[in-house]
Design a protein around this ligand. Sequence first.
Ligand code: MN3
Length: 216
Amino acid sequence: MSSDVSRQTYPFSLSELPYAYDALEPHIDARTLTVHHREHHAGYVKKLNEAVASQENLHRRTLEQLLQDAATLPPETQGAVRNNGGGHLNHDFFWSVLARTPAHAPRGKLAEALQSQFGSLENFREKFSDAANSHFASGWVALAYQHGDARLGIVHLKDHEVLPAGRQSGLLICDVWEHAYYLKYQNRRPEFVEAFWQVVNWPRVEENFARATGPL
Ligand code: MN3
């Protein structure tokens, strides 16, 4: 079970994956997943801790608060918090929306919302895939619930940019950094995105939608 790292405070910590490293084979191979979690994600957590270690006034702030107020941090800390804190938050979210379960479509209210807004589930999937495949350089593509207009949006996040807390709630996210797929798929990102759909944890995405649209 992956924890919600947005509420973590210093020292930040890396959670175990909610499944074994080989659980997503053959779609996402064990070697890629191991390196991704134990080297890349762990590296962001380590560097985030290093950036915040000497600043005791920041030790009581949650990860979400640090990211939201990044602009007010000392210049030498700002970039490190945005990149490594964002990397920590987005990776934890990414792991939570993947599962060994066989691929199936979303159900219930989420399915209805996707159908009414994108025309069909297939159309939503195609639009999300297009966004993931066309995202330039490193970053993430997410499905988010936008609280302002109560609509769903497919959002591009550059590098380790995060969704704006309070305004958008993340439902689903795909890591399109090359480190997410290069060992198995090299430059063939569309093959990785197809593989991603095979391991989406739809029940979790449905829960995320229920939480985003439910009573506070
Ligand atoms: Mn990554």
